[in-house]
Design a protein around this ligand. Structure first.
Ligand SMILES: NC(=O)c1ccc[n+]([C@@H]2O[C@H](COP(=O)([O-])OP(=O)(O)OC[C@H]3O[C@@H](n4cnc5c(N)ncnc54)[C@H](O)[C@@H]3O)[C@@H](O)[C@H]2O)c1
Ligand SMILES: O=C(O)C(=O)CC1(C(=O)O)C=CC(O)C=C1
Length: 306
């Protein structure tokens, strides 16, 4: 492994999982980490998410050759500025942010002169914080790497090898295209899930307790992701505004067409639509990509690493 010392800024689900995965998959590589929340630092140390939890971001990056920012999208620039003085000149800068164009800009502006190669492991759960991380999170999952033009190819291949060592399958993508694809595959589903939970719980005719009581089936499956962290998702929608609005427009048009079919009793349109989309959904299962998370993603992993 080209990297001898990996520094992780932000020790929640992503940062904690990377720290644990590096220790499990790349023994010998030094891991240091920092989180701005003291309680998270304390829990990260208890769970040994990284070998050394530092009291400052500068301490965490001193001597590292790879720093990965694992903070909410809106905090990337600020977190990067904090390490400007202490970050070794040769260190590669990367991140795990859910949208890529805005992060690439924020990191490049905060750390001029450094090689910045953004990345996005398309792997997560609805849980966040220092108890949420687990070493297997990235196994057999995509990690999309979005190198800026003229990226140093050696550094790029080192970052690709890093993610592969953690078990991920790496795809190289243009950041703009990444943001468009993820707007429909990840961001829009979260928006819809958050919305339907709000709609159901605001209905005067349906009480809160009924929503909880009868949500065992479709509602429960469909809305798992609405339990996700509000700060993270606020930042996703603010940072990927244009792509999300484009996809939302398309979605609204499709929904309106189905709404009309229901109103006029057009069973053929409804049946044909459902038949087509069922086939698409089933092909996702056949390709082995069903349920982004493997089974271990559903368990409480805090005890596994304790
Ligand atoms: N949750 C997911 O499913 C998922 C998946 C892929 C990528 N991501 C991306 O990963 C990033 C982190 O998400 P997460 O799920 O790990 O969130 P998280 O809430 O579990 O962890 C984020 C951590 O960052 C810390 N933090 C915030 N500002 C900071 C700062 N300025 N300096 C240092 N620490 C700071 C917080 O205290 C928190 O512990 C986000 O950018 C998100 O878009 C999330
Ligand atoms: O499985 C989940 O809970 C997720 O929401 C994970 C998920 C996704 O939408 O697929 C969420 C955000 C990401 O940036 C990557 C992965």
């Amino acid at each position: 492994m080209s990297f001898q010392h990996v520094a992780i800024i932000g020790l929640g689900l992503q940062g904690g999982s990377i720290g644990l995965a590096v220790q499990a998959c790349l023994p010998g590589v030094i891991t240091t980490g920092y989180d701005r929340d003291p309680a998270t630092r304390a829990r990260a140390a208890e769970r040994r998410l990284v070998q050394t939890v530092c009291e400052t971001a500068s301490e965490a990056v001193a001597g590292c050759d790879l720093v990965i920012f694992c903070v909410p999208l809106g905090a990337m620039g600020m977190a990067a500025e904090k390490v400007r003085e202490a970050l070794p000149a040769h260190a590669l800068v990367s991140d795990v942010g859910s949208s890529k164009q805005v992060v690439a800009k924020a990191l490049a502006e905060a750390l001029p002169g450094h090689t910045v190669i953004p990345a996005h492991p398309v792997a997560g759960t609805e849980n966040s914080g220092a108890d949420a991380g687990f070493a297997e999170l990235f196994r057999n999952r995509w990690c999309i790497v979005t190198p800026p033009p003229q990226t140093n190819l050696v550094k790029l291949s080192e970052l690709v090898a890093f993610w592969e060592a953690l078990g991920a399958n790496v795809e190289i993508m243009d950041p703009e295209h990444h943001d468009l694809v993820l707007a429909v595959t990840s961001h829009l589903p979260h928006l819809i899930a958050y919305t339907i939970v709000g709609t159901a719980s605001d209905l005067e005719e349906v009480t809160q307790s009924e929503v909880i009581k009868y949500s065992a089936g479709g509602f429960r499956d469909f809305t798992r992701i609405a339990a996700s962290d509000p700060t993270m998702w606020r930042d996703v929608f603010l940072s990927n505004k244009d792509a999300v609005l484009t996809m939302l427009q398309r979605f609204t048009e499709d929904l309106t067409a189905l709404q009309r079919a229901i109103r006029i009793g057009d069973g053929e349109t409804l049946f044909n639509h459902f038949a087509r989309t069922r086939a698409t959904r089933r092909s996702i299962i056949e390709e082995g990509q069903d349920d982004a998370r493997p089974d271990f993603g559903r368990a409480d992993h805090s005890s596994a690493a304790d």
